[in-house]
Write a protein that binds this ligand. Structure first.
Ligand SMILES: Cc1ncc(COP(=O)(O)O)c(C=O)c1O
Length: 463
């Protein structure tokens, strides 16, 4: 055992380095320090891990995946439309012909051929990019995590739509960034509210590190940032010296055929995140970041320290797929499948949900955001919904500040239209039962936290 204040020594490069003893903490009484049970090494976690909590959605996965439960909770793409036979022949051929490269370490920035193809994919949304500015990552989630690692010190502020993507909130929490939400309406982020947030933070001397935004077919809100708001959002961020991180995994999955101009197509300083998870196959875990040259080298270093390099094999699978298959036709097939499911969900919501419920009408992507009648708490209702064999994601998981108790996210991407209809019918029964209990026992409608904060705050609950 070490004497309490004996200097510690360690060997480094043949010479002895002496680490001076740390000064006694003046405010810790010696008796208390001595009495405290020693913390085992396996529990002496870094302070930043205190923000790491299992997402409500992950906790739900086990229950929601029981076959009798209609899960409207997860965001799993439906891969039924993929040409699996053709893909398996491609994968076999890849291993036979290029196995020595595909199964080897590769470049930390990603396979050059794929980076050039990614630029072609981004051109669909108006982005002109140089493959040298693309960094391939293990899903866009990794890109999001690395970008946060590069920019955020503990306590830094990140602006994000309210509600926002749960995986992004997880990364922000892991780096101890503070999230300030900016509300949306049916046309996405509200520029006036963004300006208000920027101004009030500036008045307190705070410059957020970046605005994290999902402009197209938002997860979880289902809304899309109006084209006429896009430049305004960029201008406001520029005026206040705030970076923009645009996360766009759903942009090609629009139902009306409209392709919205990416924020990155309007401003080359935007950090853009893309993914093949929703337009090809999520299990391959291939995503990317398109970054300004000033960010690129650091991002590559951060990626290298996380994974050395992204998997050569899955990158080459994606690259072959893009080269050999009509990927645009595949995206169209996905889009038609999701449109049919969206229609089934909207029709069921209209038919079954009780008076007082409102929901967004997505024009692409995977999600509908539902607001429940006043007094109904989505999280408290969830166990009863699962008992009634339907699952959803409750709204609070999509906020960093406890809002969203009256809201829930329904996803229509995975179940068949028939299952979606049945799931919404079951959900409606559960909501009716909650309302019945309130009526029977005369329970006062508990004001939802967001209303306490001011009912004028726009939220994406357009009927
Ligand atoms: C908005 C958003 N960003 C990022 C991701 C992560 O995607 P990936 O599979 O590329 O890591 C998701 C996945 O659901 C998402 O919805």
């Amino acid at each position: 055992m070490f004497a309490p204040h004996a200097p510690l020594s360690s060997r480094s490069g043949g010479s002895t380095v002496t680490i001076p003893p740390s000064p006694q903490q003046p405010d810790v009484p010696v008796e208390r320090a001595a009495a405290a049970a020693p913390v085992p090494p396996s529990e002496r976690f870094a302070a930043r891990t205190s923000g790491m909590v299992a997402s409500e959605i992950r906790a739900l996965f086990a229950v929601a995946s029981r076959p009798e439960v209609v899960s409207l909770a997860g965001g799993m793409p439906n891969l039924a439309a993929l040409p699996l036979d053709a893909l398996s022949a491609d994968v076999g051929d890849l291993v036979a012909r290029e196995g020595q490269v595909a199964l080897q370490y590769g470049s930390a920035q990603g396979v050059p051929a794929l980076r050039a193809q990614i630029c072609e994919v981004m051109r669909e949304e108006g982005i002109e990019a140089d493959p040298n500015d693309v960094v391939v990552t293990v899903g866009s989630q990794m890109a999001l995590d690395l970008v946060t690692r590069l920019f955020c010190d503990p306590g830094d502020v990140v602006l994000a739509e309210g509600p926002s993507y749960v995986g992004a909130l997880g990364s922000f929490a892991a780096y101890q960034a503070r999230v300030v939400h900016v509300a949306m309406d049916e046309h996405g982020l509200v520029p006036e509210l963004l300006e208000q947030a920027l101004r009030s933070l500036a008045a307190r001397g705070v410059t957020p590190k970046f605005l994290y935004t999902i402009p197209n077919f938002h997860n979880p809100a289902g809304v899309t940032l109006a084209v006429e708001r896009r430049q305004r959002v960029l201008d406001l961020c520029a005026e206040y010296g705030v970076g923009v991180v645009e996360d766009n995994p759903y942009g090609l999955l629009g139902f009306s055929g409209t392709r919205y101009p990416a924020l990155r197509s309007l401003d080359r300083d935007v950090i853009y995140l893309g993914s093949f998870s929703k337009t090809f196959a999520s299990g391959l875990r291939v995503g990317w970041a398109l970054v300004p040259p000033a960010v690129r080298d650091r991002l590559v270093l951060a990626a290298e320290s996380a994974t050395l390099c992204p998997p050569s094999f899955t990158q080459m699978v994606v690259s072959r797929y893009l080269a050999k298959h009509d990927w645009r036709a595949q995206v169209k097939a996905y889009t038609e499948q999701y449109r049919e499911r969206r229609d089934a969900m909207l029709a069921a919501l209209e038919t079954y949900l009780p008076e007082g419920c409102t929901w967004t009408v997505p024009d692409g992507g995977f999600y509908v955001w539902v607001t429940l009648p006043e007094g109904v708490d989505a999280k408290a209702m969830l166990p009863r919904a699962v008992t009634a064999r339907v699952a959803y994601a409750s709204g609070t998981g999509f906020y960093a500040d406890g809002l969203g108790s009256r809201q829930l996210r329904l996803s229509y991407c995975y179940p068949t239209p028939e299952r979606i209809t049945e799931g919404v019918r079951r959900l409606a029964g559960v909501i009716e039962a909650e309302l019945d209990v309130r009526r029977t026992f005369g329970l006062p409608a508990a004001p939802a936290p967001e209303l306490r904060r001011g009912s004028h705050t726009p939220s994406p609950d357009t009927a």
